[in-house]
Write a protein that binds this ligand. Structure first.
Ligand code: NDP
Length: 329
């Protein structure tokens, strides 16, 4: 028998990490096309910070969280995918800082027996994002030069690994020597430690590519990196924006792209997985990398449910590397 309440982390009004407060709400009731998941781990993503603070236009009150793992405890009457009670799953959803979450079956997957619930929660959003970036944002080719910003972060470590796996030369940016070592261990052939501005990156790219620039830049930092990203991309290269950790990129006069015929895109994972088929295609490819041991998920810390304020402080304070999880139950 499932409890009739759910324990959640709620943000009543946008604000700093202290806005994250534990509370109890009525347990969600799954719709006909949904399943109810008893959540084991919620993955933490930078977007949770942006939504909590109000930098993203998600209205408050809100329950943060975009992914998790756990066990199915109820299945809606029209749920697709053949899910049943007891299945171990990982999923993308909303409001996942909670012990029970109703999830649409479009974005949920049964975990292979040997994949733990920790890895499932750690992998599903950032793993699919990383595969989407290197396949669809810019299709990385053997011999390419690519720049990966925030290369020791959750997504950054995975993009660096995939870049190397696909035969590219990866140049990562990070803010500390400690992060640099981790980025190197995860596929970044060259790492630039950023102290003040990103001019050091431009100098390094010039040296390494004989002034030609890189084939692609994967930029999740946004405002602080955008000008350098445009400077280091080569003629006919691609700049893939996918995040705004430092703030939004200001409006751009697109005529500037004519200088090098640069392709500019701002990609979101969700636009790659609008149907179950699209989700499965990306998920299967990502899981194959995982199963062949070609992709390692670095879970750097698992926080207790009552420690959720600390995880946000650490993430926005640039203190973290790799993946962060909250143990829900
Ligand atoms: P990370 O673990 O990468 O954490 C963010 C990192 O950004 C920091 O550790 C820091 O690394 C770097 N950073 C640079 N400048 C700043 C700044 N001014 N403030 C804070 N951090 C800064 O987070 P995630 O892996 O969760 O996400 C990475 C990015 O990808 C985020 O921007 C996120 O929104 C985006 N994203 C986008 C998706 C999409 O579909 N478009 C999906 C998933 C994530 P350092 O100190 O080394 O510079």
């Amino acid at each position: 028998m499932v409890n009739s309440t759910a324990r959640v982390i709620r943000v009543a009004e946008h604000g700093d990490a202290s806005a994250l407060q534990a509370t109890t709400i009525p347990r969600p009731v799954p719709g006909p096309t949904q399943v109810l998941v008893k959540v084991a781990f919620a993955g933490v993503n930078y977007i949770d910070v942006s939504e909590r603070s109000g930098k993203y236009p998600t209205p408050a009150p809100l329950i943060p969280g975009r992914e998790g793992s756990g066990e199915i405890v109820e299945v809606g009457s029209q749920a697709q995918g053949g899910f049943k009670v007891g299945d171990r799953v990982a999923f993308l959803g909303q409001n996942t800082y909670a012990d029970f979450v109703a999830v649409d079956t479009i974005h949920i997957a049964k975990l292979p027996d040997h994949v733990s619930l920790e890895t499932g929660a750690a992998f599903i959003l950032q793993g699919l994002t990383a595969v989407g970036l290197v396949r669809k944002g810019y299709n990385v080719q053997k011999g390419d030069w690519i720049v990966v910003h925030a290369a020791a972060g959750g997504v950054g470590l995975l993009v660096s690994q995939l870049g190397r796996l696909l035969g590219a030369h990866v140049i990562g940016t990070v803010s500390t020597e400690e992060k640099a070592a981790l980025a190197r261990a995860n596929g970044a052939e060259h790492v630039v430690v950023i102290n003040k501005g990103y001019e050091a990156l431009e100098k390094k790219v010039n040296e390494l590519t004989n002034g030609q620039g890189v084939h692609a830049v994967f930029d999740s930092v946004g405002e602080a990196t955008f000008e350098s990203s445009l400077n280091v991309v080569r003629r006919l290269g691609t700049l893939v924006l996918f995040g705004s950790a430092s703030g939004q990129v200001p409006p751009l006069n697109v005529v500037r792209l004519a200088g090098k015929n640069v392709k500019l895109t701002w990609t979101t994972l969700y636009n790659y997985i609008t149907t179950r088929e699209e989700f499965e295609e990306l998920y299967n490819e990502a899981v194959e990398f995982l199963e062949k041991d070609q992709l390692k998920v670095a879970i750097s810390k698992v926080y207790a449910f009552d420690d959720v304020q600390q995880v946000h402080l650490d993430l926005e304070g640039r203190k973290t590397t790799g993946k962060l999880l909250i143990k829900i139950q």
